[in-house]
Ligand binder design. Structure first.
Ligand SMILES: [Zn+2]
Length: 66
């Protein structure tokens, strides 16, 4: 995997969205398990960064159910 900072430096002149995407990845570590139900959070979802809930709990949270 290429270093995110290098990608950002390459893209800095012409692609703002690449820099923003890199920042999100490093923002915060994701949890391995959902903080609500303890379900494993899929790796694809954890890669987003700062993920603390499984998909089901995230949807429920956003709908105000939890
Ligand atoms: Zn959950």
């Amino acid at each position: 995997m290429a270093d995110c900072a290098d990608i950002a430096n390459i893209a800095i002149e012409n692609n703002l969205s690449s820099r923003l995407a890199c920042r999100v990845n490093y923002q915060q570590a994701s949890l391995l398990e959902c903080e609500f139900c303890g379900e494993m959070i899929p790796e694809q979802r954890r890669k987003l960064g700062g993920v603390t809930r499984c998909m089901n709990c995230q949807v429920a949270f956003e709908q105000g159910l939890k």
